[in-house]
Ligand binder design. Structure first.
Ligand code: ZN
Length: 244
């Protein structure tokens, strides 16, 4: 064997031994499994904005444009890592099972009306945002669908977003189409499509079912393969078709 080939081969096999088998770097994508699951520290931009660079720049342009039309886009939530999502999940799980005496499976169904299983949130990607109009005088429970509807404090803001957000690359994720399953209508949740579309494509390539079955947080012992398959189909993939 020529020395060059030998070195190449040994370095490849050496690498294979050091990488944990369940978290491979994906071929043909720039995103690792850890990154897609919110377990990796990624570079985020903008104080109080916390998005990937390109999404951050697009967000600023949208904010400027909204501002000149009389709206002050206020970020309620953007990047959130796995551990933050785990804390949200466990807090809700305890509240539903202990305070409200719900059965574990009912509690899980209730949580996934609005909250994701840790490791599957689009907020892990640094591309997705929950936004409101800071000018509207709403103090509590700002993420309420009714507030974005006719007569609500965010009605005009929502109409502005319908008209303009896609020009800046931001698309509504959980639409109010009656046949859509999964998460309920979230008029506040937008995604920066130029990055989140390839990230979702990468996410679909990983064996998320297997990865989730290895996780341990409150309630996760009740996940069956059937439940997780339905969850992925409905909650992750039954979204605005333009984001697929
Ligand atoms: Zn959201």
């Amino acid at each position: 064997m020529k020395r060059r080939t030998f070195i190449k081969k040994t370095s490849i096999s050496g690498l294979a031994c050091t990488l944990p088998a369940i978290y491979p770097i994906l071929p043909n994508t720039d995103y690792s499994v850890l990154e897609l699951m919110g377990k990796e520290e990624i570079e985020l931009f903008g104080e109080g904005i916390n998005l990937r660079k390109e999404a951050y720049e697009a967000f600023l342009n949208m904010k400027k444009s909204a501002y000149s039309d009389g709206f002050d886009i206020k970020m309620v939530s953007s990047f959130r890592d796995y551990y933050r999502q785990e804390a949200i999940w466990e807090r809700k799980y305890l509240r539903y099972t202990e305070d409200n005496d719900m059965q574990p499976l009912d509690a899980i169904d209730k949580i996934i009306e609005y909250s994701t299983i840790p490791g599957t949130s689009r907020h892990h990607w640094g591309t997705d945002i929950d936004i409101i109009n800071g000018y509207a005088n709403v103090s509590e429970n700002v993420l309420d669908p009714q507030k974005f509807e006719q007569g609500g404090p965010f009605e005009a803001f929502k109409l502005w977003l319908d008209e303009n957000s896609e020009k800046f690359g931001f698309y509504l994720v959980y639409t109010n189409e009656p046949k859509r399953r999964g998460f309920k209508y979230e008029p506040w949740h937008y995604s920066y499509a130029p990055i989140s579309i390839p990230m979702l494509t990468a996410f679909r390539k990983i064996n998320i079912l297997k990865l989730l079955q290895k996780e341990e947080f409150l309630g996760s012992e009740h996940f069956t393969t059937g439940f997780l398959k339905t969850y992925l189909q409905d909650n992750i993939l039954d979204i605005n078709q333009k984001l697929l």
